[in-house]
Design a protein around this ligand. Structure first.
Ligand SMILES: [Zn+2]
Length: 176
């Protein structure tokens, strides 16, 4: 039986400055990126590659529902992190525990990125003790910065990707 695969075109509205230099970007080409949703359905997203006119770096136009280097949509990973025992995401145990490890490994880094974005864009006064390790669980600290309503994971990923501070951690999980 042939699996039905849904395809989507991802096209941002308006011009976004390059994450590297804050300059214009030109469309170079497009590429297909696969991701699974909450039901296990595979979707293909056709994503544009944009090139910075200043330093020539390439950037992918990432939609909010994807996370760089992850093969499931952001809402799947968010749902597992928020409801570890009651989610319905059809991923195997090793994938699930990798997501928890990934989140706990990076959460302090994300809090630091978001705090510095908020400081540099003058988004109010941030009580720094709110984000310290002593002030609640990782989820609670992220919630104070991005809110805890549905979509919080996408809300923290996008601004960090946009300033080019997203880091790839695959190597941290390879067991030798
Ligand atoms: Zn650049």
């Amino acid at each position: 039986m042939k699996t039905l695969i849904l395809e989507f075109l991802v096209r941002g509205a308006g011009r976004v400055p390059s994450p590297c230099c804050g300059k214009d970007m030109l469309v170079r080409d497009t590429k297909n990126r696969k991701a699974k949703d909450q039901t296990g359905q595979i979707k293909i997203y056709n994503i544009r590659r944009l090139q910075c006119t200043n330093c020539q770096s390439l950037h992918h136009e990432l939609p909010d529902l994807l996370i760089p280097y992850k093969r499931y949509e952001a809402e799947c990973i968010e749902s597992v992190l928020t409801n570890p025992s009651s989610h319905i995401v059809p991923a195997d145990d090793s994938t699930l525990s990798r997501w928890h490890g990934w989140f706990h490994q990076l959460v302090d880094y994300w809090v630091g990125c978001l705090t510095s974005i908020m400081v540099s864009t003058n988004q109010g006064n941030i009580p720094l003790d709110f984000t310290s390790k002593d002030s609640g669980t990782a989820l609670q600290r992220i919630g104070r910065l991005a809110g805890d309503a549905t979509g919080w994971l996408a809300r923290i990923v996008r601004p960090i990707v946009n300033i080019n501070f997203w880091i790839h951690t695959r190597s941290a999980f390879i067991v030798q």
